[in-house]
Write a new protein. Structure first.
Length: 327
C-alpha cells in the first residue's frame, strides 16, 4: 500500500474587506451549523480564537480565512499548514499528536481543518486495503474519528473540509472515496460540520473545472497542476466558511473593523511561495514570517494502524522561500 501525496498549495493573503462572491445555483456546501453556540460577546480584547490547519491546501485557506475573520477585529486567527501531510501517514507527519499539542497551547474555540488529498491509496500488485475496500474504509474512518476527537475536545466547534475536485480522474476518484468516509464520520458529530469542497469547486455537473462563475465572470480558481487553488479559489472556499461562521457567531454584527487582528502563522508551517498576495498595509495579517504568539483569550473563557510510507515527494520547505517545485 502506498500513500499517494499531493504536495503544496497556493498560499493566499489579502487585505481590505472580504470579497463579495456571487451565489451559485447549488446547495450550500457548508450546512447550517448546530452544536455549542459561540461565546458572546466577542471583543477586540477577548476575540474568538480560530485555528485553521491541515495539509498544503491549508496554506491557502489559512491566510485567506484568517484575514477575512481577523479583519472583523473580534477573531484571533492562527493557521498551521503542512505540505504533503495526511492522516494515513503518521510517519511523515503525525497530525493527532501535533494537534493535541496545539489545542493545549492555543485553546481555540473554533477549528477549521482541511485534509484528505494525500490519503487515497494507490492500488499496487497485490494491494493491501486500497481505497474503497471495506477494510480501508474502516481503517480511515477510525483515523478521522480519532482526529476529530482531538480537535473537538472541550466543546470546540469543527469545520472539517474535504478535498476539492481534482483534474486527474484516478486521483479524483480516490479523493472522493476519502471524502465520503470523512463525511460519514463528521456527520455523526454534534459539534462538527462537513464542508463539501467537491461541490464548491465542481461545475454544474459536479466535475472538475479550472474556472467558476464569480460576480458574473468566469474566474480561474485552480492552478495549472489541476490540484491546488489560485488566490481566487482560496477566496471562494474562505468565503463559504466565513459566511457560516458569521451566522453562528454574529461576527459582522459585533465587528470592530478599525482594529483588525493579526493572522498568526505557526512556526514550522510549510507552504508554496510565489502563489499569494502580500497583504496590504491596512490588513491585520502579518507578513513577517512564522510566529508562535498565543492569541488573546478571555480571562475566564466560556465553554461555549496507519501506513508509514513517506510520500515520494520533495521535502516541505518553510514559507516564505524563494522557489518550490509544484508537482
Amino acid at each position: 500500500m502506498v500513500v499517494f501525496a499531493l504536495v503544496a498549495s497556493d498560499t493566499l493573503r489579502f487585505g481590505g474587506p472580504a470579497p463579495v462572491l456571487a451565489s451559485r445555483a447549488t446547495p450550500d456546501p457548508v450546512p447550517a451549523a448546530t452544536g455549542t453556540p459561540c461565546r458572546a460577546p466577542l471583543t477586540t480584547t477577548a476575540p474568538l480564537r480560530l485555528w485553521i490547519g491541515g495539509d498544503s491546501l491549508a496554506g491557502s485557506l489559512g491566510p485567506s480565512l484568517g484575514t477575512m475573520a481577523g479583519d472583523t477585529g473580534i477573531v484571533a486567527p492562527v493557521f498551521d499548514s503542512r505540505v504533503s501531510s495526511g492522516l494515513a501517514n503518521s510517519g511523515f507527519f503525525d497530525w493527532p499528536q501535533h494537534a493535541t499539542q496545539e489545542m493545549a497551547r492555543l485553546d481555540p474555540e473554533v477549528v477549521v481543518f482541511i485534509i484528505g488529498t494525500n490519503d487515497w491509496m494507490v492500488p499496487q500488485p497485490e494491494p493491501t486495503n486500497p481505497s474503497g475496500t471495506p477494510a480501508w474504509k474502516s481503517q480511515y474512518a477510525l483515523l478521522v474519528s480519532q482526529m476529530l476527537a482531538v480537535l473537538s475536545a472541550n466543546h470546540r466547534f469543527v469545520y472539517w473540509v474535504g478535498g476539492p475536485t481534482i483534474r486527474d480522474p484516478a486521483t479524483n476518484a480516490g479523493v472522493e472515496q476519502v471524502n465520503a468516509v470523512a463525511r460519514s464520520v463528521v456527520d455523526q458529530h454534534r459539534d462538527a460540520t462537513y464542508v463539501d469542497a467537491e461541490q464548491l469547486f465542481g461545475d454544474a455537473q459536479g466535475r472538475y473545472s479550472a474556472q467558476l462563475p464569480i460576480d458574473g465572470k468566469q474566474v480561474l480558481v485552480r492552478t495549472d497542476d489541476g490540484i491546488h487553488f489560485t488566490p481566487a479559489g482560496g477566496d471562494l472556499l474562505a468565503r463559504a466558511i466565513f459566511s457560516n461562521l458569521d451566522t453562528r457567531c454574529r461576527l459582522d454584527a459585533q465587528a470592530v473593523p478599525s482594529s483588525p487582528q493579526p493572522v498568526i502563522e505557526t512556526a514550522g508551517s510549510t507552504q508554496i511561495p510565489n502563489t499569494f498576495r502580500t497583504p496590504s498595509p491596512t490588513s491585520g495579517s502579518s507578513s513577517t514570517g512564522p510566529a508562535t504568539t498565543t492569541p488573546t483569550r478571555p480571562a475566564t473563557p466560556t465553554p461555549t494502524a496507519a501506513p508509514t510510507t513517506v510520500p515520494a515527494t520533495p521535502p516541505p520547505v518553510s514559507s516564505p522561500g524563494p522557489t518550490v517545485a509544484i508537482p
